[in-house]
Write a new protein. Sequence first.
Lengths: 129, 429
Amino acid sequence: MSHRETSLPRGFESLEPFVDYWVRESNDERRAARSTAQMEDIREFYDVVVALAPDAITYLEKFPLDAMPDDATRLFKLLLAMNHAAIAVEMHGAPRAFDSPWPAPVRIAKGPWPYGGSIEGAEIGGGFR
Amino acid sequence: MSAVLQESPAQAGKKHEIDENSFTLAAGLGTGPVPIEPYASPAYFEKERERVFRRAWLYAGRMEQLPEANSFFVKDYEINKASLVISRGKDGRVRAFHNVCSHRGNLVVNQSCGVAERLTCRYHNWAYRTETGELMGVPDLKHFFDFDKKSCGLTPVACDVWEGFIFVNFQKKPEVSLLEFLGPFGKTYAGIPFFNLDETIVIQADFKANWKLIADAFAEPYHVPALHPATLAPGFAHPEENRYARPLSARAHGIHRHFSAYGNPQYVPSETSKVERLVYVQETGGVLGGDSAENARALTAHPAINPTKNPNWSADVTWIFPNFNIDYSTGGFWTHEFWPVEYNRTRWTLKIFIPKTMNLRHRLQLEHYACRWSEVVLEDVTNCERIQRGMESGAKTHMILQDAEMLIRHNLHVLDKWVNADTVAEALQ
């Protein structure tokens, strides 16, 4: 096995092809990844990750949220990205809301902890300075 | 008139009651078309700047942003071309100052927040006391002429706190106090048990439309089934019982206002929404947030919240004039700030207060909320940009509002009073 094939915990190898694109550091980056992806790619990721999600949740629940081994952290971020894929698959049937442009004027300036990300000043409603 | 279409005899007996009394007439408002000039006219915008944003009490932040003595944060008010420092003293008092050095007019603080005893202008190191704005130190003082240190503090700005929400007023001496400005709203909505104040999701947008268009988008649920068919409608409308998401109540509170949104009590994620079903872990809430039943009970017990105590309730939108919303739901609360930049440009911040992440599944659910919210607001923001174009085209001079859009009518009514009144007392009548 090459290094890439083992970047996820054992049992989750079938998610490996999605690591490069869907493992992102913040809520806003995951949203951008989904918004700019092709629908067939989103669907492919969605089908694989949803099938493995219950096992992945059970596996990851063993670790503290912000102190997982690297391979588990990658899997965690794929589960976070799963929510974004679900917006496209379960709600819009398209990568983005109907008639919405990209780049979009909306950004998630601060997401939930951990791996939500934060733009400077967002907490006080600044972030425009 | 019935809000329910296709009523069948079998269903008629158990239908959800929709209040068909007119919200608009009850608020003492007219019913005719309203001018769109306030959205499309640069001249009107200048009047708003001078007569509304320079005279009304404006939202600055929450007390949680000032956790200890000498905490401060900076808040920019582009509409008034101002940058303010808001600080907390050892006496617990919150004060606001122009973030402008008395020496040569530079901005003193260039970070968004912090804790410090003194604030130093980096141009020549003039230093000010954070809690009072007094000038503390001037390098090479002896070479200034007839220097009066006492008169060279940061310029104070009127500042007051209501229910943990900090407001400022740009009048040198405000004509009315914050409590007078809030009027009946301040009394009705006092004592609400806020929770989850320490964690937030923040969504922002900078877009090409008048500030009132985005405020209007959150002031009526009539558009929800059409504009948000996938993201919101399943939770906020019902195909038989409340097809057009008619509000449960909508009232004026002096110059401020609220509406209560219907919630589909049968809402559960559909079979095909596998991810939403997988991450749905909270006891209460709908599509926009969830929390413990205990918090929700304390909130819904307050007489101001869902005032008709309708069981099919999802959220209350309260719009504090001119540009601030505090919204409440069984899943928690959120605020909107709609900041005008130009007559056709707006900066908007939505802050959603959320429970601390409890576990993995909860974290996944919070991500889902943030995703859904950002899609909802994307639908609204891009729609506002299209409305702005339509309004500026000159094709129409007026817009037509229905009863569920009462808050928009009320805002334009109040706004016109402020724009035309020579005194705030007159504007408040």
